[in-house]
Design a protein around this ligand. Structure first.
Ligand SMILES: CSCCC(=O)C(=O)COP(=O)(O)O
Ligand SMILES: [Mg+2]
Length: 227
């Protein structure tokens, strides 16, 4: 993998546990979303994302309560809605800044990211969490502020994670040939799309899942990756 110049990493299931997202972030957003929307509904940003959520749901007309109920339902479904993820990011900021939680990082991730950064590799994030939510997650990690290690962030405003063109757009934005970018994720369909776009891929199969390859090089942790 010596021609790798950049690493693009997923978050949930890759740098951080699915349990942290499902058991900490999502419940926090679900609890605080109704009050947050009610108290911030007059801000342009919240108005924009409420409108986008209603459009995504096909609502012609909907009350604020109906949209709030829709968003809460989407949280329960883990729907990768760009509008929901944007609103979640705003709510999660309050949780991080209040000290309600810090983000989970698997034990080897921070040290490995630092090593890759010192090695001269450019590090990027691609997650269905919004870019602000990504910056918060790496800014308030249990290993401190990791954001200085990253050169850029991508979310589903670039494109959805199972779409090939999303990875073509990311490689173009990074300014590298796709073959010089290594994409790390836990989800096979995301890795398939990245490889079709020409990227190198490695699947994170975190214990207790048994390590097995299904079309991509598979590792149990970042220490087993040699870019
Ligand atoms: C950026 S923290 C919240 C992550 C999130 O909402 C999510 O769905 C992450 O999914 P992914 O595997 O795309 O990182
Ligand atoms: Mg993931």
């Amino acid at each position: 993998m010596s021609d790798i110049r950049a690493i693009l990493t997923d978050i949930e299931g890759t740098t951080s546990s699915i349990d942290f997202v499902k058991d900490v972030l999502f419940p926090y957003a679900r609890t605080h979303l109704p009050a947050y929307v009610e108290t911030h509904a007059d801000t342009p940003e919240v108005q924009h994302w409420l409108h986008e959520a209603a459009k995504e749901a096909g609502f012609v007309e909907a009350s604020r309560t109906e949209i709030i109920d829709l968003l809460v339902r989407w949280i329960d479904e883990d729907r990768k809605s760009t509008a929901l993820k944007a609103l979640q990011g705003m709510i999660w900021r309050e949780g991080y800044e209040s000290g309600a939680y810090v983000s989970h990082m698997y034990p080897e991730v921070a040290a490995r990211l630092r090593a890759w950064h010192e090695q001269g590799l450019a590090l990027y994030v691609y997650s269905s969490g919004s870019v602000p939510a990504q910056k918060l997650l790496f800014g308030y990690s249990e290993n401190g502020d990791l954001t200085p290690l990253f050169s850029g962030y991508f979310d589903t405003q670039t494109g959805h994670k199972r779409e090939v063109d999303s990875y073509r757009r990311i490689a173009e934005a990074i300014g590298l040939p796709p073959a010089q970018v290594l994409f790390l994720s836990d989800i096979r369909e995301e890795l398939d799309a990245a490889r079709t776009a020409g990227m190198r891929t490695t699947q994170l199969v975190r214990p207790p899942q048994p390590l097995s390859e299904n079309g991509h090089p598979a590792v149990a942790d970042f220490d087993a990756i040699a870019p």
